[in-house]
Ligand binder design. Structure first.
Ligand code: BG6
Length: 486
């Protein structure tokens, strides 16, 4: 179904995110027939590009990030006709009147301002948008992460944007929430009889959430070094996955109902601070190694700086202090330059209460539910069955496997496609509310403080491994193992 008429104004229109994600996502939605004729994409940047110069940028981005077979000439032509460009000095005055008059021609269209720029610019851009009277009843703003560096700076960003936009107009994006498997987690939990009765500490032993990347920091070192794995991935993506796994059933699949439940999880996280951080957290940085058979450089070398103490890996043993989850550890980890790109949520069930089989049946394994976010999205439920054949009762664990691509024969749309359409439709369910972001920082800030206060050891790991041995020790100390070691 087509969305309504819109103007999508992308600040940072010539940036990396626009090139890699936003333009390709809009192009795909256009190909799918979801964009109405009155849908415009307005790139804004301080670069002095003319209209044609910007079209060249868009074409280059699409030819780099969209499969050649999907770049049909007709589709490309239709898409390019939607594209406009306005050079704007976002902290000054120039360009704003031109942007205002272009927007005025869009009349009643839904107006989405996308801030794909550094968060220092969120406040000045919001202020100018207000000053130039660009906000209509149908306006929205999308904020890209990072939303601050800690609770205090996130609060300042929210205040500044909040002076101009209401909370119901603010879309704080976490693209992990747009991933198909993440939404499927909610379908699985709340559209099946099977799982929810078991979804608690009586039946679940522990949960593992891993977001592993094989890439290093690439040319994003400037940003990444001020951020680290904790702020770049854990505070947002992983904590959101944790919330959706652990939250109580909302009474409806609606923005505030879902976000109220996620907020309760964040608030129930047991505090980690200088008293227990050494025990509950591991931070580490990658050194040289080898990824996929190719030699890989260390972080300091990638960065061109030999003093940085930014972590590129973090592992945390988290606990949720509420009735449902008391005593069930959530092991969280994320890192760059690990063995492979893989993201998954692994729900490990407790052993059966009594084993009726004798020793010849073999060791009984526990049920596991594995949600693979990427690369091959799908769900696996591991169950124990009898090994086929006349050899007596031998038990073994097999996967009941569902791969989305195999089952549905199509690859999933990129998360940004779904989320951009939600912004235009005005659906905030998959976006973060201000209080959620604040609560996530409230948990993360004391960990950063503890690392500094205790001068906690920065472990290192060779590129292409699963991280430092300390991360393995973090889980093995509890008599458990990470999925890849089991
Ligand atoms: C971004 C981080 O939010 O997510 C990047 O800033 C990271 O450092 C990326 O590489 C991972 O996203 P995805 O969708 O490729 O898993």
């Amino acid at each position: 179904i087509q969305v309504s008429a819109f103007d999508l104004v992308v600040f940072g229109g010539t940036g990396d995110l626009a090139a890699r994600k936003l333009l390709p996502a809009m192009f795909q939605r256009d190909r799918a027939g979801q964009l109405p004729d009155e849908g415009r994409i307005i790139g804004v940047s301080r670069r002095a590009l003319g209209h044609d110069g910007y079209l060249d940028f868009v074409k280059k981005s699409l030819s780099t990030y969209v499969k050649a077979s999907e770049l049909e000439p007709e589709a490309l032509k239709r898409f390019l006709a939607r594209v406009h460009f306005v050079p704007v000095d976002v902290t000054g005055e120039s360009g704003w009147p031109e942007l205002a008059s272009l927007l005025a021609s869009g009349n009643e269209a839904v107006r989405c301002f996308y801030f794909a720029v550094s968060p220092d610019l969120f406040a000045p851009i919001s202020e100018r948008i207000g000053q130039f009277g660009l906000i209509t009843d149908h306006s929205r703003v999308v904020l890209e992460k990072p939303l601050g560096k800690n609770g205090e700076s996130a609060h300042a960003v929210n205040e500044a944007v909040g002076k101009v936009f209401n909370e119901h107009q603010i879309y704080r994006i976490d693209h992990y929430l747009g991933k198909e498997t993440v939404q499927n987690l909610m379908a699985l939990r709340f559209a099946n009889r099977l799982f929810e009765p078991l979804w608690n500490s009586t039946h679940i032993d522990h949960v593992q959430i891993t977001v592993a990347e094989d890439i290093g920091v690439g040319d994003r070192g400037g940003y990444y070094d001020t951020s680290g794995a904790m702020r770049d991935m854990l505070q947002n993506h992983i904590m959101q996955l944790l919330c959706l796994t652990a939250m109580e059933p909302p009474d409806a699949f609606e923005a505030d109902a879902v976000r109220d439940e996620k907020l309760k999880v964040l608030k129930a996280l047991k505090r980690i601070d200088e008293r227990n951080a050494e025990h509950m957290t591991v931070r580490a940085q990658y050194r040289a190694g080898s990824v996929g058979g190719q030699p890989s450089a260390g972080y300091l070398e990638d960065l061109g700086n030999d003093t940085s103490s930014t972590e590129t890996f973090v592992a945390i043993r988290a606990e949720i202090a509420n009735w449902r989850w008391a005593g069930v550890p959530f092991y969280l980890r994320t890192g760059k330059r690990l063995t492979k790109r893989t993201s998954e949520i692994v729900v490990n069930f407790r052993p059966i209460s009594h084993n009726i089989f004798d020793a010849t049946a073999g060791r009984l394994s526990q049920n596991r539910l594995i949600l693979r976010l990427q690369p091959d999205e799908g769900v696996t439920l591991e169950v124990t069955i009898k090994d086929p054949g006349p050899g007596g009762m031998r038990l073994r664990r097999i996967p009941l496997d569902m791969s989305f691509v195999e089952t549905f024969g199509v690859s999933n749309p990129d998360a940004y496609e779904r989320l951009l359409m939600d912004v235009i439709r005005g659906n905030q369910t998959l976006f973060m509310r201000a209080d959620e972001v604040a609560a996530a920082w409230q948990w993360v800030d004391p960990i950063h403080a503890a690392w500094a206060h205790n001068d906690q050891r920065m472990h290192t790991y060779a590129g292409g491994t699963w991280g430092p041995s300390a991360a393995i020790a973090l889980i093995e100390r509890d008599g458990r193992t990470w999925l890849e070691d089991s």
